[in-house]
Design a protein around this ligand. Sequence first.
Ligand code: HEC
Length: 218
Amino acid sequence: MKKLFLLISLSVMAVLPQANAAGPSIELDKAENNLRDQDSLQRGAQLFTNYCMACHSIKYMRYNRIARDIGWTDEEVIAKMSFNQAKVVDDVLTRMEPGVGTEVLGTEPPDLSLMARLKGTDYIYTFLRSYQMDEEGNWDNSVLKGTSMPHVLEGVQRYSSQEEYDQAARDISNFLEYVGEPAKLERHDLGWKVIAFLLFLLLLTWLLKKEYWRDIKH
Ligand code: HEC
């Protein structure tokens, strides 16, 4: 019994530090995004194109993969995400020339392919909603103080309600979560198919059992 107790407390301890490993604790708001919401993914992709791709790449993605996964044709993805400048097999790269980031912003904007896995979807959602203006009229971000990323969604925020702005941040976070692990979409679907199949099999075996035992007295 003591051993069991020790074992349980050890395994709990092994898990706990991981939960805190994300660094200084910031209260993150829940993105409450939904990877199955294709409209949200499409809106997120468009917002990402218009407001993020000037600086950030998602270089582990290709345009045709995005098209297939979020319900666009090859022509649509190229028109909407690259303004007909790229080919469907191209990686999704930033429009910024190398070196410009360092020159203008003091640092190169990171590739965002794996950012949702690195920092979490809730982090991106909270980060995008945490720009505040100080007394001198400069923007800062309470999640990443002194960040060299400007408040690129300022215009969107100014002309929308809080709910609309939250939704825009949710759509972008949703898209970036998908980008971080594209197979997740298929995996979720596969799970349901497997369960449906097993239920069907259960029904079939039950019917079969009934059939076998029908004429036997028991
Ligand atoms: C004008 C260029 C620019 C644009 C446009 C831009 N970013 Fe950034 N972004 C940066 C830079 C520079 C950094 C590095 C910030 C730092 O380390 O302080 C960054 C960092 C980030 C990070 C990482 C933050 C962290 O904790 O390290 C995320 C997430 C991010 N950007 C998301 C976005 C999203 C989403 C958009 C579009 C809505 C966007 N960015 C648009 C320049 C940009």
